[in-house]
Design a protein around this ligand. Structure first.
Ligand code: 5GP
Ligand code: ZN
Length: 139
């Protein structure tokens, strides 16, 4: 499987960088975003390193999307937000900051003021870890 030793998400998948893991199987890996735009913000990747939507094989998009649906259902069951966005960013103008194809699972609330291009603000690690435990219990 294609990996990049300099890629932060490849390092997370390999366990070289710690993460609040939610789910993993032979092809996918899901974990909490440490700069959550809303509580419960999670990321889902295919284990294989592909830069973006234009490089990743279609079959791997399908696999990652199925895992994202599974994680989204667990986030929904745990937090019961009023809405949920799945978001996938490609290139600098779309604010892609990590060049390893990934899907954001983002709980939404009425009037939460979230716009498409948000600034990264580090979250409270105790809160993120506690939420990860609750979501894992729904997977
Ligand atoms: P992008 O802007 O590329 O669509 O999203 C990348 C996401 O990865 C950002 O939301 C950012 O908070 C998250 N991120 C960056 N570095 C790390 C990390 O080391 N650990 C975790 N869990 N998330 C990260
Ligand atoms: Zn990678």
């Amino acid at each position: 499987m294609n990996t990049d030793p300099d890629c932060i998400f490849c390092k997370i998948v390999a366990g070289e960088i710690p993460s609040f893991k939610l789910y993993e199987d032979d092809e996918t890996f899901a974990f909490m975003d440490i700069n959550p735009v809303n509580p419960g913000h999670a990321l889902v990747v295919h284990r294989a390193h592909h830069r973006d939507l234009f490089e990743i094989p279609a079959a791997d998009v399908a696999i990652a999307t199925r895992a994202a649906q599974r994680v989204a259902k667990a986030v929904q069951a745990t937090l019961e937000p009023a809405g949920m966005n799945l978001l996938q960013c490609n290139g600098p103008a779309a604010k892609q900051s990590v060049p390893h194809f990934h899907m954001h699972v983002i709980p939404r609330h009425m009037g939460d003021g979230l716009t498409m291009n948000w600034d990264l603000v580090q979250g409270d690690m105790d809160e993120i870890g506690a939420l990860a435990g609750k979501i894992r219990a729904s997977l």
